[in-house]
Design a protein around this ligand. Structure first.
Ligand code: SF4
Length: 285
């Protein structure tokens, strides 16, 4: 059967890469990195996607079809080298496979900390099914306005869906990050927000929502690493890089709203973290 939905994915998991990644938040990479499973295709199609080589749904057969056993097989060497966290990246359209992979790992004596690294466009009923499996939710909270979400990600209902998903993640995990040891978190919620050029006001609106509807005690990862990529290079606003003043304005707003846990980025992060999925090791950082 030919995959026909938005994400052009069938019942079989399509995997772009499984590799060690050092570029996540410190409590996720600990001292030995996270093993990330990068799924192919995506349930959004952002015009600025840095992972467009693997997320583009128009590319048929993007990635490699793999069974849960085969995915587990590729993960195990990383776990045997001391990696404690296992990140599933862009997992929404392959969420049933997460449990299958974890079962296969458990049968082989491994129980890594599961990180659900999503764009936030997740269904609440799916998240409920993952409650016992996921250790750390690592969702994006991208847009406050339906217009921006439609223009940049072809997804007008992103704000309402992502807010409902994050509320569910917060219900499950609360605002406390439970630590396994001094290096690794084993359970909790970290909300990521990438500040986009020209959209500081929208960023602040999202932070206000997060503080009001969840809690300012949530761990927040406020990112400035935006770099024009893919179709954004020819977009009149997104072709720009973020101004330092814009990022500082959002960081100040976060502080004023009471956010005190989490991470900001050095402004020198711009231009870093751009992967090349044609390489076996896509991340240089
Ligand atoms: S959600 Fe992330 S991976 Fe998916 S298209 Fe957007 S930027 Fe790319």
């Amino acid at each position: 059967v030919k995959p026909s939905g938005f994400c052009r994915s069938g019942a079989e998991a399509m995997v772009a890469n499984i590799c060690l990644h050092m570029g996540e938040e410190p409590v996720i990479i600990g001292d030995s990195g996270a093993c990330n499973v990068f799924f192919s295709h995506c349930n959004l199609q952002c015009i600025f996607c840095q992972n467009h080589q693997i997320s583009n749904n128009a590319v048929v057969n993007n990635g490699q079809p793999m069974t849960c056993e085969q995915i587990a097989e590729r993960i195990i060497p990383h776990l045997e080298k001391g990696c404690k966290t296992l990140g599933f990246v862009s997992p929404a359209h392959f969420s049933p496979h997460i449990k299958g992979v974890m079962k296969a790992l458990e049968n082989r004596g491994h129980q890594p900390i599961v990180v659900y690294n999503s764009n936030g466009y997740d269904q609440v009923d799916v998240l409920k099914k993952l409650e016992d499996t996921v250790g750390i939710y690592l969702p994006d909270l991208k847009y406050a306005s339906a217009e921006t979400a439609m223009e940049y990600s072809a997804c007008g209902d992103y704000p309402q869906k992502a807010k409902a998903a994050i509320k569910e993640m917060y219900r499950q995990k609360g605002s406390t990050l439970r630590m396994l040891d001094e290096h690794y978190a084993e359970s909790g919620l970290i909300v990521r927000h990438l500040v986009l050029p020209g959209h500081a006001a929208e960023s602040i609106e999202l932070l206000e929502w997060l503080a009001d509807e969840c809690s300012p005690l949530i761990h927040l990862s406020l990112m400035c690493q935006y770099t024009p990529a893919y179709k954004a290079c020819s977009h009149d606003i997104l072709c720009n890089t973020l101004q330092k003043e814009e990022y500082e304005m959002v960081c100040r707003a976060a502080e004023n709203l009471g956010f005190c846990r989490g991470w900001t980025q050095a402004f020198t992060s711009i231009g870093h973290y751009i992967p090349d999925f044609d390489q076996q090791q896509p991340f240089q950082d």
